[in-house]
Design a protein around this ligand. Structure first.
Ligand code: ATP
Length: 210
């Protein structure tokens, strides 16, 4: 199994890249999606959140009111730690299950927006960073996703810088141009199975020796 960590700033094109990799046959684990699944209605994750934060974080249909919860944890570090303590272990458990269920020969792509911020690079054979200039990302988030520009800019400011991500990348994907350009680049990388990097060779040697 080749474990690929996929990251990039908000709106850089992670989902665009991971969808293409999935078409090629990669097993994609989307950490944002898992973070929503573990607090979906009926889960014990949601039950614990309500126990900790009260019924006020529930929408009328019984699902989690993310805006209400964000309002609580935004300015309260202890509340944020409590929330993370509920969500993170569940996401980690699901991730472990999905990794374990992937066929031995598969390429597993783990889409983690905060991979660099959380120092997770050593967990992967290959870290793939998708990048696009900040102004282009803001344009895409505002036009394609309807995000208010101030929100887009403050989310970008709260994340690692492009330089920090580039320093962590084994493979760097430029998504500043048209979508087709980055998709062709993904196809090329896949054709070489994302290239046997030094780290992978090192690991193969370790396996052979072991
Ligand atoms: P997030 O961090 O919010 O999960 P992301 O990194 O997964 O975002 P995408 O959702 O793939 O990024 O892309 C952000 C937006 O920009 C989407 O609406 C997507 O369709 C659009 N987009 C991605 N790549 C391009 C491109 N090369 N040209 C134009 N629009 C693009």
């Amino acid at each position: 199994m080749l474990r690929v960590g996929l990251t990039g700033g908000i709106g850089s094109g992670k989902s665009t890249v991971s969808a293409r990799l999935a078409e090629h046959g990669a097993v994609v684990i989307d950490s944002d999606l898992l973070a929503r699944e573990v607090v979906a209605p009926g889960t014990d994750g949601l039950r614990e959140i309500v126990e900790s934060f009260g019924e006020g974080v529930l929408a009328p249909d019984g699902s989690l009111d993310r805006a209400a919860l964000a309002g609580i944890v935004f300015t309260d570090d202890a509340a944020r730690r409590t929330l993370n303590g509920i969500v993170h272990p569940r996401v980690a458990a699901r991730t472990g299950e999905m990794m374990a269920a992937a066929p031995p020969e598969s390429v597993v792509v783990h889409d983690v927006p905060l991979l660099v911020e959380n120092g997770m690079a050593p967990a992967y054979h290959l870290v793939l960073v998708v990048d696009a200039p900040v102004e282009e990302r803001v344009r895409r988030l505002v036009s394609a996703r309807g995000m208010p520009e101030t929100d887009a800019r403050s989310r970008i400011a709260s994340q690692a810088s492009d330089e920090q991500r580039r320093a962590t990348a084994d493979v760097w994907l430029d998504n500043s141009g048209p979508r087709d350009a980055v998709l062709s680049e993904v196809d090329r990388l896949w054709a070489g199975r994302l290239v046997p990097f030094e780290k992978n060779l090192r690991e193969q040697r370790v396996h052979r020796v072991g």
